[in-house]
Design a protein. Sequence first.
Length: 150
Amino acid sequence: MTTVITKTIAKVCLMVDMLYSLDLLLIGGNRPGGGFIGGVLCACGIGLIYVAYGYEDVKKFWNPDWHTWFGYGLLFASITALSPLLAGHNYFRSAFELSPLIVGGFHLGELELVSSMFFDLGVYFVVIGGLLFIVTQVGMDKGKDPEGGK
């Protein structure tokens, strides 16, 4: 049982955590960051919610299948890594494109499109799914009595 203060702070930390996690994911092509560290930070934020509210309470309003996240992330990263072979390029080749960013007729700059971003997105989901699958499985086992009771 946790206090209202703990639950409130966990919600605020989750919002900040998710924003920074997405920032790390998006800057991975240019600066340190990327899918792995962004996924770890996201998993930490969701894990904090599990700690503050408890697995059973979180499961009532949000119960994702974490190993499915892992599988789809792995599939997405693998397809991204193998897709250059279909175009006759080397395995894992990254493409780069600058596209003008025009909103409402105003030129706001250029948007950098990098194909390795899609690989980072797959890694992001692999890390989130893998870590939270482990956390939920260990958390469920900790709550059980060896003789079968709670």
